[in-house]
Design a protein around this ligand. Structure first.
Ligand code: CP
Length: 312
């Protein structure tokens, strides 16, 4: 097994073999959760710093739990009360953490490419926890793991992503990873929220959600980013709900074993109805649990303090 990456910046440049190594590594970490002693000494003496310039519940907490289960020390930088508010640059903040011997820096930032910039300037392993509209690689990996765990395969599955594909870093990481693993990807949403070039990635586009839902083995519902509604990318939330909410009526026309996913946070009653979110088809809580296993695998596999061999 060969894994020589210093950083995890995205899934676009990871090959199928590398993705499979991460999935295979996550599996024993998941079984660790069922034991009474949930910790392993793997990263004892290592320091993990989280640097979140945007809000997060799942990703930051999940990384913290994952790092603690591997016995690392964890430092959460509170951006609002840090020297960032005095104008400190991202690189200087990163170098400050590295001077304190942080081995891993987990960063979420509104600017696409911010994790890449840190990776080029630091020896610590940089993990992208979501950068702008670019990628959210550990979300893509936990989605991949959840599909693999439940469906026992990925090759040949029809995976439908619904909603705001244009602004979704989760959608991009899902598309890169699932395509490499042999899934057939389709997207559905308003034309203004579907990137015009998406078909060149081998992705099918459906503006009619009912048609798309009938064919899918897995439906991954994306959050409607209400904060972007001021850009008038769809006429109204009411119209979005009519055309694109996954309702129990739409679930009824889907295949019986269809798997419903959502990366969270959910807008219940907008992109997904509450009864669908709480239905037996939904694996939303399992996704959260699997996030810890996948993030443990990523922390375990990455090699800090080596020259960056992942990004060119
Ligand atoms: N899925 C996800 O990234 O959730 P958070 O924003 O809560 O981290």
């Amino acid at each position: 097994m060969s894994f020589n990456h210093k950083d995890l910046l995205g899934l676009e440049h990871l090959d199928k073999k590398t993705l499979q190594i991460i999935l295979d590594t996550a599996k024993p970490f998941k079984s660790l959760f069922t034991r009474s002693v949930k910790k392993t000494p793997t990263l004892i003496g290592k320091t993990v710093a989280t640097l979140f310039y945007e809000p997060s519940t799942r990703t930051r907490t999940s990384f913290e739990i994952a790092a603690k289960r591997l016995s690392a020390d964890v430092v959460n930088v509170a951006i609002n009360t840090s020297s960032v508010v005095k104008g400190e640059s991202l690189i200087d903040t990163g170098k400050t953490l590295e001077a304190m011997k942080a081995d891993y820096i987990i960063i979420r930032h509104s600017l696409a490419g911010a994790p890449d910039m840190l990776s080029r300037n630091l020896n610590a392993s940089i993990i992208n926890a979501g950068d702008g509209f670019h990628e959210h690689p550990t979300q893509g990996l936990l989605d991949l793991y959840t599909i693999y765990e439940k469906k026992k395969k990925i090759e040949g599955l029809k995976v439908l992503l619904v909603g705001d594909i244009l602004h979704s870093r989760v959608a991009k990481s899902n598309i890169w990873a699932l395509t490499k693993m042999g899934a057939e990807i389709a997207v559905s949403g308003p034309p203004t929220l579907i990137p015009s070039c998406i078909e060149s990635l081998g992705v099918k586009v459906y503006y009619d959600l009912d048609k798309a839902v009938k064919k899918a083995d897995v439906v991954n519902i994306l959050r409607i980013q209400l904060e972007r509604q001021q850009e008038n990318l769809f006429p109204s939330v009411h119209e979005y709900v009519e055309l694109y909410q996954l309702t129990k009526e739409r679930l009824a026309i889907a295949k019986s074993g269809v798997m419903i996913m959502h990366p969270g946070p959910m807008n219940r009653g907008i992109e997904i109805s509450s009864d669908v979110a709480d239905s037996i088809n939904a694996v939303i809580n399992e996704q959260v649990t699997n996030g810890i296993a996948v993030r443990m695998a990523v922390l375990y596999l990455l090699k800090p303090k080596r020259k960056n061999v992942f990004s060119d």
